[in-house]
Design a protein around this ligand. Structure first.
Ligand SMILES: Nc1ncnc2c1ncn2[C@@H]1O[C@H](COP(=O)(O)OP(=O)(O)OP(=O)(O)O)[C@@H](O)[C@H]1O
Ligand code: NI
Length: 329
């Protein structure tokens, strides 16, 4: 599944930062300097502990940040639309649903409770596609089928669906606009392992059909199953951006935080990283992970730059070199 120098990225994020203005002049630095590209047919998993800024980054891409947010940097969709500076009119009319399909975090809350799945699919079809009249019914069945939502459940209301079927209904809605970029924020929360696997495998299939997928999750096992690349976020910053095969296999993660995250998995060491992430309203001047890092020393009082896919003072040239593609060396 490895990609070699893909064509123009579907999404190109550069130096994206989001801060929230709080009372008393304080700021919450939710996202700092996020930079990554995402190509068609590629899945990038954005992982990290709760509160590290994943959903805020997603909201920034969708233009759904609250009024107290201050944004800088760029997030260019398909080479022509900067999502950071585009106005709400453009985002509402041409981007959300049409160019970015959102697979929501809690499908039950995202679906309209008083309307059947069929009614919601038909409404979205009328809104986002030219389908009208007698063609709407078959189109709704086809839309359900694309997300493996069973046709004999179309007349159910959201509360009559299991978690897995609600997720499929939400995915079916997200796919209707044929958006080249899919953004899935914790699409597997609350699902059991088998449903997690089914849900992410389905998302992978849509990626293999040429969409770009940004999968936000703290489920590393799910990310390892379908991602081509992994971006690890800590305290608002991407601290490592790696090829998934190398990250989950050999040589493994390079940043001490990423390493700790992976070792915390039940199927690995099952050893949680001691301590807590810092307050985003009160970040240290240097590396935000230093207080929890087994390798921390005085160098960590300075913010490490992000180089060769990782931001850490402790990675020597040798370690960085070893993790690079032979072709890149
Ligand atoms: N409107 C807001 N005003 C102030 N702070 C906010 C606002 N929205 C989010 N935050 C803060 O931004 C930080 C990042 O939150 P975010 O929801 O992006 O985390 P996350 O990585 O998605 O976590 P989770 O895995 O729990 O979903 C949190 O500290 C949160 O409290
Ligand atoms: Ni979130």
């Amino acid at each position: 599944m490895k990609k070699t120098s893909p064509a123009r990225p579907v999404l190109s994020v550069a130096g994206l930062s989001v801060r929230f203005r709080m009372r008393g002049g304080r700021h919450v630095a939710a996202v700092t300097d996020a930079t990554f590209d995402l190509a068609a047919g590629e899945c990038l998993a954005l992982v990290g502990e709760s509160g590290c800024g994943k959903s805020v980054l997603a909201s920034a891409l969708l233009g759904l940040l609250p009024a107290n947010a201050e944004t800088s940097g760029a997030a260019v969709l398909d080479g022509d639309t900067d999502l950071v500076t585009a106005g709400e009119r453009v985002l509402a009319r041409t981007v959300r649903g049409r160019r970015i399909g959102l697979v929501p975090q809690s499908p039950a809350a995202h679906l309209t409770p008083v309307r059947t799945v069929r009614a919601q699919l038909e409404e979205t079809l009328r809104e986002l596609t030219g389908v009208r009249g007698p063609a709407v019914g078959p189109a709704a069945r086809a839309a359900a089928g694309r997300a493996a939502f069973p046709a004999d459940h179309l007349d159910r209301y959201p509360h009559e669906l299991s978690g897995g079927l609600a997720q499929r209904a939400a995915t079916a809605l997200a796919l209707i606009g044929d958006a080249p970029l899919l953004l899935a924020d914790e699409p597997t929360t609350g699902l059991d392992r088998e449903l997690v696997e089914r849900t992410v495998d389905e998302l992978r299939r849509h990626t293999d059909r040429g969409r770009a997928l940004l999968l936000i999750t703290h489920d590393l096992a799910a990310a390892g199953r379908i991602a081509d690349r992994v971006a690890v976020m800590y305290a608002g910053r991407i601290v490592e951006l790696a090829d998934a095969e190398r990250f989950f296999g050999r040589p493994g993660p390079r940043h001490p935080y990423a390493r700790g995250l992976l070792e915390a998995l039940p199927e690995r060491e099952f050893a949680p990283i001691p301590g807590m992430p810092p307050e985003l309203a009160d970040l240290p001047a240097g590396c935000a992970f230093a207080a929890r890092c087994p390798r921390a020393d005085e160098r960590c009082g300075l913010q490490p730059s992000f180089e060769n896919g990782v931001a850490c003072h402790h990675l020597t040239g040798v370690e960085i070199h070893r993790a690079e593609e032979p072709a890149d060396a």
